[in-house]
Structure formats: C-alpha cells, structure tokens
Design a protein around this ligand. Structure first.
Ligand code: ATP
Ligand code: MG
Length: 338
C-alpha cells in the first residue's frame, strides 16, 4: 500500500490513548478497512523521518499473533500508523463490557501474547515494552494479537513527555531504572492476566486521591538516589518540577473556584510505583478460585527478581500454556456473545 491521508476515509473513532487516537478508516482505492493511529508528536522534521524509518521494520513483522502493519506516514503535525483493524477491539474494552473473562479465554490470551513476544524477540530482537489489555486485540474470527510494540526508539522518546495514566503495568526493575528486557514484558503480561480474570486492575485499591507534594518529596528524597526512575528516562528532578507546575496550576484553578477532577492522579501513580517495588506481587487469587496451573503461571510471571523470572520462550513450556494450546475452547463462538 502507498498510503496517503487523502485516500483514507474516516468511519468511526475506535478509542483514545495518551499518545493520540485510533480511527476505523477505509482505504478508498482498495476498499481495505484499517485502524489508523494518529500520534501527535512534538518533533523536528528530521526526527519524524527517523521515526518513519524505524517504523519500517514493522513491514517485516508477520505472525498470527501480531497485528499486521499497512504503513505509516507524516500528516503534519501527526504521524499516522495504519494497521489491521480488529473488529472486537482491545481486551480492556471487552472485560469492561462483559465483566471478568473466563479463565479458559485468559489462558489463550497468555498463549497468544507469549507467542507474539517470542516471535518479536527471536526474529527481530524487538522487546514489546507496552503489554497491557488495551494493546491486546481480538477479532470475531477468534484471533488474539498484540499491537503497539516499541519498534521506534525515536517515537518512544517523542511521546514520552505525555506520560500520564491511572494504571501501570511496569515491572519493579523497570521502575527502579534497570535495563528493559523481555522479562519486563512477562511481568506486564502477569498483571494483565489478573486484570482480565478478575475484571479489574489488580492494584486499583492502592490508589488514593489526597495528594500532597511535600509528602512526595519526602518519600523520594535524594537520600535514596535512583530509587525511582520514571519510564520516560526523565530525571526525578524534572518530574518533580513538572509536578510542582501542575500543582500550582491546580491551586490557581482552585482559587478561581473551578473544581479539577482527578487532581491527585500524579501522586497516585507515584504511590503505585512505590507499591510495586516494595510490596509483594499481586496474585491471581488467594482462595483457589482458579486452576492451580493458572495461579502458578501468574506467580511465575510476577517474580519480582528478573533474574529468576522466565523469558516468554521459556514460559511457552508451562503446563497451563500447554493446556491452552490443546484446549478446544471456541474463541470465535465466544466472540459472537458480545
Ligand atoms: P495508551 O495510550 O495508554 O497506550 P491505549 O492502548 O488504549 O492506551 P491507543 O493505542 O491509542 O491507546 O488505542 C486506543 C484504543 O483504540 C484501544 O484501546 C483499542 O480499543 C483501539 N484500537 C487500537 N488499535 C486498534 C486496532 N488495530 N483495531 C481495533 N481497535 C484498535
Ligand atoms: Mg495501544
């Protein structure tokens, strides 16, 4: 495909993330339905070109567990990435509609994600870096595929500054600034699987809303250097400066009598990051509600020490994954229920 924005007709909006939005579009010359991701980036033309070059690798990614890539182009001030349209959307949208997802389906999700990660790493030396339910897509044929992997270092840098979120799938080692490895994706998979099976983000209890920057500065005092490295690679000082700015803005708005919802969000994220580093990892259940094999698999994903945590390839040999492979649970039929 030689993609040009003029040839893409908007059909509907599929969703919005931190970095931009995704639309269902039709490529009118061929009639192909696609998902067009629009990423607003603040980068110079040279950097944009570099991003497009880096995205080119996606043309060589062919796997039943990876969303296909049609092409990318610059459409000032955005970069547009066109990919396979998955008609049942992402797994976060699905569980928010249906409630907790059947553990048999969850085992198939684990299998698909591990296969996708193993393909990306073994064939292209790509680490995904953003495994979470919104990046695991599903279609009515019953296929589960991953999308939004970190092929472009420049793209990651350019959108890094927009890091805001209510939940994080980041591994303890990554929060502490260690090098990112395929095992960090395994942690994120473990958190995602619990979220799907329980129908809620596993750390959701730990967020609170009464933020106070002075507390924050206390806990992240320079006495513990390197205790927290945000995913963007920005220094703690620049993050704190940013938060101060936001807090000042909030106070200004407050004094004007405008209420600001989610004002404590930044603080909650930092509390959450500390929780991930300092507290025991979440578990599928403490009460045997799920098959032992499933619980054991999730425990293996969520080993806090990356040295003992297995790689996606090693985990493909886990008995629960073996079970998923042999299971005759019909995903296409399941897809037709919502
Ligand atoms: P974040 O920005 O934090 O990564 P996100 O993954 O939800 O969050 P986007 O990647 O911009 O943000 O995607 C927005 C939504 O669009 C997704 O949640 C998903 O439901 C939908 N979506 C993305 N890609 C596709 C696709 N190829 N087919 C169908 N729906 C898609
Ligand atoms: Mg996404």
């Amino acid at each position: 495909y030689d993609l040009r924005n003029e040839d893409l007709k908007d059909l509907r909006e599929l969703g919005q993330g931190n970095g931009g939005s995704v639309k269902k579009v039709e490529h009118t010359p061929t009639g192909t339905i696609m998902a067009k991701k629009i990423v607003l980036i603040d980068a110079k033309p040279a950097v944009r070109k570099q991003i497009l070059r880096e995205l080119h690798i996606m043309h060589d990614c062919h796997s039943p567990y990876i969303v296909s890539f049609y092409g990318a182009f610059v459409s000032d001030p955005n970069i547009c990435i066109c990919m396979e349209f998955m008609d049942k959307g992402s797994l976060d949208g699905i569980y928010k509609k249906t409630g907790p997802i059947d553990v048999e389906v969850v085992s198939k999700v684990a299998l698909a994600v591990l296969e996708g990660l193993t393909y990306l790493y073994d064939v292209h030396r790509i680490i995904h870096r953003d495994i979470k339910p919104s990046n695991i897509l599903f279609n009515s044929e019953g296929h589960i595929k991953i999308c939004d992997f970190g092929v472009s270092g420049e793209l990651i840098n350019s959108i890094a500054d927009t890091f805001v979120g209510t939940s994080t799938y980041m591994s303890p080692e990554r929060i502490q600034g260690a090098q990112y490895t395929v095992k960090s994706d395994v942690w994120s998979l473990g958190i995602s699987l619990i979220e799907l099976a329980l129908g809620r983000f596993p750390f959701s209890d730990s967020s609170s809303d009464d933020s106070d920057l002075s507390d924050l500065e206390g806990t992240l005092s320079p006495a513990r250097p390197g205790s927290l490295a945000l995913p963007t690679g920005r220094s703690r000082d620049s993050v704190l400066a940013e938060q101060k700015k936001q807090k000042d803005k909030r106070n200004k708005r407050k004094s004007k009598g405008v209420s600001l919802q989610g004002g404590g969000m930044t603080m909650s994220i930092l509390e959450l990051l500390q929780h991930i580093v300092n507290e025991p990892a979440p578990r599928l259940t403490p009460d045997g509600r799920f098959p032992q094999m499933a619980e054991d698999f999730v425990d293996s994903c969520l080993l806090k020490d990356p040295d003992v945590r297995q790689t996606p390839k090693q985990l493909l040999k886990h008995p629960w994954i073996d079970h998923a492979r042999k299971s005759d649970f019909n995903l296409a039929e399941w897809a037709s229920t919502f």
